[in-house]
Design a protein around this ligand. Structure first.
Ligand code: PSU
Ligand code: MN
Length: 310
């Protein structure tokens, strides 16, 4: 049966064809472009992630809202606009309605990308780090977690962002029934660092194994899954080293009264400045590595192996 795509979405023809033919598609979130990284690294990264997915044999589909239309699959002009545009929104679950009605543009967060992916049958996407429970304000819990529990999509990430309360974030994921799969690791990666001292709920050593776990989870009525891939060794920063910068950035955020959607972008950019660009390098490396891993898993997801097609 051919998938029916909602009329209010704009799907790039190549992505639509791949979905209709059951070929592997990897979605890519775009808040990392509009809010997570500085220009021009953000634009280069957006292009690099698409190229990495392609090299891995899958079709990339960066998602965003442009002039009020939710879009799945963007071209270079769109990516450049997201990287350079002024006044772009950060589109999470509650922001689609206003963004669409008021015809504005913005990058989709992990939660926003989960919604769009599931709507068109994309089963996997790549990001840097998911949102989670904040340290200074434990009632500030990213919508990413709630949406992960609902959408039947794999999110390939390098763990949750290190600026967060990682143990609390893992507890929330457990409460919400979201499997946390360590990819070739028993430890939950901490974004800039390969180590956190925290465990995962299961481990997968290959793309096949990750895909089989996801298919079985979905057969049992489960929602989203995290596949947590450690940042490549060469660009990783020891947790103790980056922690000092995180502490300082957190203190500044409290002092300056940074709140709501601005907290995560503020912290990421301050840590980058304080680390002399070292954390930015790690962030870029892990994003590309996650795109590569997502393409590998996508190949397996669309194959009728083991437990059968989903
Ligand atoms: N990963 C990155 N940089 C980012 C983000 C993730 O490497 O900027 C974004 C994601 O879009 C994620 C969002 O969904 O930050 C979380 O924001 P908040 O904590 O406000 O929910
Ligand atoms: Mn928040």
């Amino acid at each position: 049966m051919k998938p029916q795509f909602p009329k209010f979405l704009q799907i790039q023809p190549e992505v639509g064809r791949a979905l209709t033919q059951g070929k592997p598609v990897v979605a890519l979130e775009s808040t990392v472009i509009s809010h997570g990284l500085p220009y021009p690294q953000n634009q280069q990264l957006a292009e690099d992630m698409e190229a990495t997915v392609r090299a891995g044999g899958a079709v990339p589909a960066t998602t965003a809202v442009i002039d009020g239309t939710p879009r799945i699959g963007l071209d270079s002009t769109d990516l450049a606009m997201l990287a350079q545009g002024e006044g772009l929104r950060k589109v999470s679950v509650r922001d689609f309605g206003p963004a669409m009605a008021q015809k504005v543009s913005g990058g989709t967060t992990v939660a926003g990308t989960l919604i769009l992916s599931e709507m068109v049958g994309i089963k996997i996407f790549a990001t840097g780090g998911i949102g989670g429970v904040h340290r200074e304000a434990p009632f500030d819990i990213s919508t990413d977690l709630g949406q992960l529990a609902k959408s039947k999509v794999i999110v390939v990430c390098a763990g949750a962002k290190a600026i967060l309360d990682l143990p609390a974030t893992l507890e929330q994921l457990e409460t919400m029934g979201v499997p946390v799969i360590g990819y070739q690791t028993d430890e939950f990666p901490a974004f800039y660092s390969r180590e956190s001292g925290l465990g995962v709920s299961a481990r997968a050593d290959s793309p096949e194994e990750a895909a089989e776990i996801a298919k079985a989870h979905w057969q049992m009525g489960g929602g989203g899954l995290l596949v947590a891939v450690p940042v490549p060794e060469q660009e990783s920063i020891p947790a103790a080293e980056v922690e000092k910068e995180i502490q300082q950035a957190l203190a500044e955020a409290v002092l300056q009264g940074v709140r709501g959607q601005s907290v995560t972008p503020f912290l990421l950019s301050r840590v980058s400045e304080l680390s002399g660009g070292k954390s930015l390098k790690a962030n870029l490396a892990l994003l590309k590595n996650n795109a590569k891993t997502a393409a590998e898993i996508a190949q397996q997801l669309y194959k009728p192996i083991g437990l059968g097609v989903v």
